[in-house]
Design a protein around this ligand. Sequence first.
Ligand code: ADP
Ligand code: MG
Length: 618
Amino acid sequence: MSIRQLSETMINQIAAGEVVERPASVVKELVENAIDAGATRIEIATAGGGKTLIRVSDNGCGIHEGELVLAISRHCTSKLEDNIHDIRELGFRGEALPSIGSVSRLRLLSRTANAETGAEILVSGGQNEGPRPAATNCGTIVEVRDLFYATPARLKFMKTDKAEGAAITDTVRRIAIAFPHIRFTLSGPDRSLVEFAATGTQEQARIARLTQILGKEFAENTIELDAEREGIRLTGFAGIPSYNRSNSLHQFVYINGRPIRDRMMAGAIRGAYEDAIARDRHGIVALFIEVTPSDVDVNVHPAKADVRFRDPGLVRGLIIGSIREALTKAGIRPATTGANAMLDAFQPQTAPFSPFRFSAQAQSAGFPFRTISSPWTPQTAHPAHRPIMPDTDAFAEQTTPPLHGVNLPGADLRPEMAAPVNTPATYPLGAARAQIHQNYIIAQTEDSLIIVDQHAAHERLVYEALKQALYTKPLASQMLLIPEIVELAEDDAGRLLDHAETLQKFGLVIEGFGVGAIAVRETPAMLGQVNAADLIHDLADEVAEHETAGGLKTMLDHVAATMACHGSVRSGRILKAEEMNALLRQMEATPASGTCNHGRPTYIELKLADIERLFGRR
Ligand code: ADP
Ligand code: MG
């Protein structure tokens, strides 16, 4: 075995393995180059999801004919001077063009402002042709054809044209948000035209772009941020807690104009919203962080999407602090959560000297309330032998008159009024005795008191039934008299329609309705009356997030969970005794019904012995 120097082409192909992961990464590199060249107009065209063609044209400074060869040579850059800690441009590695040229057919055509004519150079699988004179306007055009033709192994990993095209759209959007003074267009035979205009002030253009991408609710539901700490400036927007999404794809973070996807940032955003929104929901934010180049290291990965801060704690604190402050200023107080609320509520109010004061200590000392996640061994009937859902009619929205007596003032004090005589308390979850505050079912077993959160419990049951439906027969659906038209981003619509057949199994029937809209014809009967637009938007988020990342099974689980969340018996639904008991029996028959889809308990149990202890009887 002898050691040899690799050929230039090989070296570039190896670099390409990191820099050029997919067509969207080529678009990112070329657009960054155009921005670095000072362009104010950047036009991007793609074909075949960027696999057949990517063309990026700009009106930037252009490249001298004499420097075209350098531009496509490795480690040649006009950007980095001699200090790796002072990177002010998006590019600095001098390896994008040679890497791309080594795995595709690349054409670089350019003309500087004072040149009389333009020139071009071609690179095909690493072999150069030119430079030679060519007619063109001032600025640069880079054409990349047949990406990865020279590395078939990589080509095999490409997704469908549609998926790769959508990734390009996402890339362009992310960059466009950071550079509102540049006009971007994205077009091609594989897509409809997207234009990000650069009108008005920077601020106006930025809001217009965010609104274009996130919908008009964006401007109405976000609070402006502007904070500074030790030379680090944070501007941007934070969504109010109720304006949230089921994944983090709507969080945009930029460091000095560079779109970043970073765990630390994601964690900080989660931390900022921690007490304000549910654990599985994500705030919508656009954060623009400006820091002195020497305080941040962008030279972490060839794709330049990671950064390291000199003082990460400072940045984290700045993000959390300013989002929280903005929310507080807007009068939004984070919801207080945690078990202490319940403990406090149980403090005897009439006897402050009572020996049974409950405090946080009581909890560690074995507070009598317990939550149970899997109380039943399968000695109750096997789940498969029982109906999955209670009679769906029983849960139909408000068709039944309110349970007599329970919603009368004072009825809460006489729960036994609701007690059906014929349900034995020998079931694990006992017999329903009352519904209080229109959400909690009080049930009695032989030796305990059970409190069920009907919303959480029902959600879990619907979720399990939906998952079951995938493998057995489709769920019943309910036809809408007038199909509801839901507008959403074109790629979101496309992705959902790709899964229309599967969604039909869940009882959700959708069809395309022109560009960027979906007609909802039928909804799962089990969900009752749902807000179709909200459901569709959340489903689109789930599909977007999990389609590529998690595989089909994970995605379907998330789809089911999202549907369940939308279709659950809302708190406030008054249930009849039969309905309550049906729900309890169903919970017993459903695996994992002890926690809702969000991981919260669906019921708590208080043992009679503990109640007696509470009253000093034991
Ligand atoms: P880097 O951007 O890291 O310098 P690239 O390989 O992307 O490396 O580009 C090499 C060089 O080619 C750049 O430094 C720049 O001088 C020149 N260049 C590339 N694209 C353009 C463009 N659109 N306009 C002007 N110059 C460009
Ligand atoms: Mg570059």
